[in-house]
Write a new protein. Structure first.
Length: 80
């Protein structure tokens, strides 16, 4: 095995900010999907001075959890 190639998860465990392409790989969807979700407001990002999107790892993890139904937010409302 090539020592320069590390599993995606190992590389992203320390990474806090992702480009659109990196976010797409991290979430497991296409670049176009990341752009659509961002434009629709489903994913928040900030823009660099050059206009490129940047996504935080924490925000992507929260989004993935909400897609899986792991967020717990609706359970808190139902229990009230």
């Amino acid at each position: 095995m090539n020592p320069n190639l590390t599993p995606l998860r190992a590389r992203t465990d320390r990474q806090l900010v992702f480009t659109s392409s990196q976010a797409a790989r991290y979430v497991g969807v296409s670049l176009a999907t990341i752009r659509r979700w961002s434009d629709a407001g489903h994913l928040t990002c900030y823009r660099t001075p050059g206009g490129q999107r940047r996504f935080s790892r924490e925000q992507l993890d929260d989004f993935i959890a909400s897609l899986r139904g792991d967020s717990g937010g609706s359970d808190d409302l139902a229990a009230a």
